[in-house]
Write a protein that binds this ligand. Structure first.
Ligand SMILES: NC(=O)c1ccc[n+]([C@@H]2O[C@H](COP(=O)([O-])OP(=O)(O)OC[C@H]3O[C@@H](n4cnc5c(N)ncnc54)[C@H](OP(=O)(O)O)[C@@H]3O)[C@@H](O)[C@H]2O)c1
Length: 290
């Protein structure tokens, strides 16, 4: 059962898994996950042994107006609901994969990427609520996995623009954009992330695990690499420092938002998560083919 199947990540899960998995993916209209009675009834009647949760409030800046509000929608979706979902999955004997984010870290670590057990330090309300959701899921007592993903980017059109498709759109129109130069990021090609999640499900992996690129880049290098692959003008990307970029956004963001994927590689090998250059080759090939 996939919850949040219309979202950026969820829609690609449905695309890539539909061929060989029997999926139940209620839409928001069919199931409001904040309606506890409806959620309980849905889980009680479904025979699905696995639940993948992608339903969330994923708008980082849009969460800030609710900062500190535990009666608000952001808290309900990112903290209270996943906890309740995990309790219900435990009661009904279902395995849960709950998707979380690199934003649980403060981004101050520059010498190495964040490992699963590193201390967290959320900087914005979105991140605080996601962290509380993680704790709720892992504390519920059932068989559950928290998969932290970072900056998923897709070759497929979706109403939500990820950094790669935003770059494509801006540079395609000949518009300038900025790229942060002093920020370490590990953006994951969404198709790779979806394959990685499939492995978690098959293995019934429990605990926290990182799903990201197997190597880091910067927003500046990433956007220029896209321009190079797509025949666009890389000089439209202007370098900017994090110190100049960050204050312009409503939510505080981690500077070095990078995830170490060696735990994933130890369990599932090195052929799923790729370095940014290889991810972008695959992404560009897909974009060009569509
Ligand atoms: N996108 C990123 O850059 C990123 C980075 C790191 C981690 N993540 C995590 O990845 C997960 C998926 O993110 P995303 O970018 O795919 O999010 P998204 O595109 O905003 O999708 C959110 C999904 O949640 C559903 N939803 C929201 N409220 C609901 C409700 N009350 N009842 C039922 N469904 C509801 C939405 O359905 P409707 O649209 O129909 O309302 C949509 O399918 C989230 O946990 C997010 O924190 C995302």
């Amino acid at each position: 059962m996939v919850l949040g199947g219309s979202g950026l990540v969820g829609s690609r899960v449905l695309d890539l898994w539909a061929d060989d998995v029997e999926l139940s993916a209620p839409t928001h209209a069919q199931l409001d996950v904040l309606d506890e009675g409806a959620l309980t009834a849905f889980l009680a009647q479904t025979e699905a042994p696995v639940v993948l949760n992608l339903a969330a409030w994923a708008d980082v800046d849009g969460a800030e107006p609710e900062r500190g509000n535990r009666a608000g929608r952001v808290y309900a979706l990112n903290a209270r609901y996943p906890t309740q979902l995990a309790i219900l999955c435990g009661e009904f004997g279902k395995y849960l994969v709950h998707v979380s984010t690199d934003y649980v870290f403060d981004g101050a670590t520059v010498d190495r990427a964040y490992r699963e057990g590193d201390p967290t330090g959320p900087l914005c309300w979105y991140a605080e609520t996601k962290l509380e959701g993680e704790r709720g899921v892992l504390g519920a007592g059932g068989r559950a996995c928290v998969a932290r993903i970072e900056m998923p980017f897709s070759a497929k059109p979706h109403r939500k623009l990820d950094l790669a498709r935003l770059t494509l759109a801006r540079l395609g129109r000949g518009e300038p954009m900025v790229g942060v130069v002093d920020q370490r990021i590990t953006p994951v090609f969404l198709d790779d992330a979806v394959r990685a999640m499939r492995r978690l499900v098959e293995a019934r992996f429990t605990g926290t695990i990182h799903i990201a690129a197997a190597g880091w880049t910067t927003p500046y290098a990433f956007t220029r690499a896209i321009a190079a692959r797509m025949g666009l003008n890389a000089d439209l990307v202007a370098p900017e420092t994090f110190a100049d970029f960050a204050p312009k956004r409503p939510a505080h963001r981690p500077q070095h938002s990078w995830l170490d994927v060696s735990c994933f590689e130890e369990h599932f090998g090195r052929d799923i998560l790729r370095a940014p250059e290889a991810e972008l080759d695959a992404w560009a090939q897909q974009v060009s083919a569509t």
